[in-house]
Write a protein that binds this ligand. Structure first.
Ligand code: ADP
Ligand code: MG
Length: 729
């Protein structure tokens, strides 16, 4: 019996796994995190204060204090049964990495002790020579090291084998280049903090810190593990490369409105509980549009922490799914023909005075501050749309962007009807003759119209890649499998740079004698004029928009290799350097790594297609071909006329034709890969993989395989079908 039928058989007996239910989230929330509250308990006053200061980013921790902190963390971890620690980091491969070391050690005289000293806390050499480095380390040193990031708290991972103390770190080469996602993110946050505080001080001198906030919404699919295991494509690349659309897909939308299936519900409760222990504030869970698709979202947090939490959540979900004999699919497009998965990044800026800078205020003064940040965001997106596009580019997301279910590859901003009107009013009203009376009227208008916006939730545009949603922007084009750090690094960097320029522009006008508010209004008006072409209120999924955007001169880069070009333009290099986020070498290295990731993904998918076609699809088709041929001979032998087996002949002919095409195309694809593999320039190779391998062969081979699925007897078909993966559990 094929794995497919075994899996289906086993499913009949599949029951939800019982989960111990916690009645109160607060009872377990953060229990596996070395929070400041825990630190208070385990650290001396000196060590505690030092840790606290370094979390605020104001002070470095010295060696002796580091020893004390390390000891405190170990004591806490050991009290919870932990024996090993690891430096946990986020390499550019898109997953997290860890290398476990024991607290256990032998002293010179052979005494066995448990130890975790400051040096081990601060730095570890993970022997990570095989993590991607874009050629940086090859030319210098073979290895990099991980360095403690005190701004993310240590935590205990207890799912799977053993319990491990995880120390969040950044990953750096010996020559000092950042080789991970967190390093540049932290620098971008530092940069925007400074730039935003300066601008805030026009309105409020009490603001001393601005912290970007992130609330992600994670979409994912859940299917039965045995069915997933019977699909070599899901096992190896996380998406199905073949599979005919089922009769019942998402057209009834019954999944979206239906109740959560029991097995999945048990799984959700279980991973939520594990998330709470790690301090991840999950808040919502629901079904998504496609069958077997779901979403969860937390309460928003500081970007740095939110990024860690999202990466952790993805890890937790995959681990916990095993307990339930389920498989979580985080790929952007696991199934053709139904919706893919995204990860909306809700983003805003919070001051240490408790103000959300992207929430319209209650007084004319706070509204001018809101308007300043609102317009600066639009300007940043307009000026650096290409970098935002690059930040969400991946082989997986290419299947999703612009596929009529996700925002297009065109970056535009949705402001909402009210604010769009406010912007156009400013544009027309603030002319050369703009004076204090105009200013007063405008402030009043703003004051009157903006608060209504918050009440009106219907003013939503779900087709925009970058939408204002009342008190935050929602970057909707991020892929479900992505590390949000990438998008967040870019967004916060471009915002920092735009705010810096804004300050310069305003100061220049003030110097010329303009009153502060009038200077600000003038610059706001200038920015609106300069960036209004990026504003779009209509249907982002429509073809008309693609045409209109082209007319407006907005880019529509559909493939990853070309989208990534934006990372290494002079403009990008200047930006990252000016904000102190990434050096030119680091940018070049990242560009190279992303291209290589793309190449590898497409290469692997190409191989999987070949393997499945030759070893699964064609054998099934040939079996059935033989059955048909035997049947035809048998009928013929009875002396019946050809009309008696005419349908069988037609079927046989179609199957034979498709077998030939598939076989030929798979071989041609192998040849095409060989040719492309010989290219030495990484960018050219990535472009060629897209054009000459993926675009030339993937859809065509798939077309014929999916046709065969409809022709060949169900009994002979070995791969689980879409209807089974999506609807059975
Ligand atoms: P929806 O967009 O589905 O109507 P919400 O408005 O509640 O739902 O928010 C969706 C996501 O946005 C949640 O993850 C939430 O935490 C996040 N969010 C809300 N306010 C902010 C903010 N100021 N900064 C960042 N994220 C936010
Ligand atoms: Mg949303």
């Amino acid at each position: 019996m094929s794995l497919r039928f075994q899996a289906i058989n086993d499913l009949t007996g599949a029951k939800e796994v019982a989960v111990a239910s916690t009645t109160k989230v607060t009872a377990i929330f953060g229990e596996n995190v070395f929070t400041l509250k825990t630190a208070r308990e385990y650290l001396s006053d000196e060590a505690y204060k030092s840790l606290q200061a370094s979390i605020k980013g104001s002070k470095k921790i010295d060696r002796t204090v580091a020893n004390q902190i390390a000891n405190g963390i170990r004591a806490w971890a050991q009290s919870k049964g932990v024996t090993h620690y690891t430096h946990w980091f986020q390499p550019l491969t898109g997953t997290t990495a860890e290398k476990h070391d024991s607290f256990f050690t032998l002293k010179g005289d052979g005494t066995a002790i448990e130890e975790f000293d400051g040096a081990a806390l601060i730095q570890q050499e993970p022997d990570a020579s095989s993590f991607p480095n874009g050629g940086i380390r090859a030319t210098f040193e073979a290895r990099g090291y991980t360095a403690w990031d005190p701004s993310s708290p240590a935590f205990i991972m207890e799912i799977g084998l053993g319990k491990t103390l995880c120390v969040p770190t950044i990953f750096v080469s010996y020559t000092g280049e950042l080789l991970d996602y967190k390093g540049p993110l932290l620098k971008a946050l530092e940069s925007i903090n400074k730039a935003a505080v300066d601008v805030c001080n026009y309105f409020d001198k009490n603001v001393t810190k601005v912290t970007p906030t992130l609330g992600w919404e994670q979409e994912y699919f859940v299917i039965d593990e045995a069915l997933a295991n019977a699909r070599p494509d899901l096992v190896q690349c996380g998406r199905t490369v073949f599979g005919a659309s089922p009769a019942k897909g998402q057209q009834l939308e019954d999944h979206y409105f239906g109740s959560i299936p029991e097995r999945v519900y048990a799984f959700m409760r279980d991973f939520e509980e594990e998330s709470y222990k790690l301090g991840i504030p999950l808040r919502t869970r629901h079904n998504e549009v496609a069958p077997a698709q779901f979403e969860c979202a937390p309460i928003f947090e500081e970007v740095n922490i939110a990024v860690d939490h999202n990466v952790l959540l993805m890890d937790i979900m995959s681990r916990v799914a095993k307990r339930h004999r389920l498989r979580v699919l985080l790929h952007e497009k696991p199934f053709a023909g139904i919706n893919g998965s995204g990860k909306h990044n809700n983003w805003s800026l919070a001051t240490d005075t408790g103000v959300n800078l992207l929430a319209p205020g209650k007084t004319p003064k706070t509204n001018l501050m809101f308007l300043t940040f609102f317009v600066n965001t639009i300007k940043a997106v307009h000026d650096y749309a290409d970098l935002l596009r690059a930040s969400i580019a991946s082989a997986g997301n290419d299947h999703r962007l612009g596929a009529n279910e996700a925002p297009p590859a065109i970056i535009s901003v949705f402001a909402g009807q009210y604010l769009a009107k406010v912007l156009s009013d400013i544009e027309t009203r603030v002319g050369d003759k703009f004076d204090e009376q105009d200013e007063a009227i405008l402030k009043l208008d703003l004051h009157r119209s903006i608060p209504e916006l918050l009440l009106d939730n219907t003013d939503r545009n779900r087709t925009s890649p970058f939408a204002f949603t009342g008190n935050k922007f929602e970057f909707r084009a991020v892929g479900s499998n992505a590390n949000c750090a990438n998008a967040m690094t870019v967004l916060n960097t471009i915002m920092a740079q735009t705010l810096k320029t804004f300050k310069k522009d305003v100061d220049a006008l003030i110097e010329k004698g303009d009153k502060k508010e009038i200077a600000i209004m003038h610059v706001i008006q200038k920015y609106i004029v300069e960036s209004k072409k990026v504003l779009f209120e209509g249907d982002g999924y429509s073809e008309e928009w693609a045409k209109e955007a082209e007319g407006r001169g907005l880019a529509n880069v559909k493939t990853t290799p070309l989208a990534l070009d934006a990372m290494v333009t002079d403009k990008a290099k200047h930006l990252y350097e000016a904000c102190g986020v990434l050096t030119h070498t680091e940018l070049e290295a990242r560009h190279e790594i992303e291209l290589e990731n793309y190449i590898k993904k497409v290469q692997i998918e190409g191989r999987i297609m070949g393997d499945l076609a030759i070893n699964h699809i064609l054998p099934a088709a040939i079996n059935y071909q033989t059955t048909l041929a035997n049947n035809i001979s048998a009928i013929k032998a009875t002396g019946l006329p050809e009309s008696a087996y005419a349908s069988q002949l037609t079927m046989l002919k179609e199957i034979s034709d498709r077998i030939n095409i598939i076989y030929t195309k798979v071989n041609e694809m192998v040849e095409a890969r060989k040719k492309v593999n010989n290219l030495t320039d990484t960018r050219e190779k990535a472009i060629a993989y897209e054009a000459e391998v993926k675009a030339t062969f993937f859809d065509e081979i798939r077309y014929h395989v999916d046709k065969l699925e409809h022709l060949v007897s169900d009994e002979d078909w070995t791969l689980p079908k879409y209807r089974e993966m999506l609807l059975l559990r």
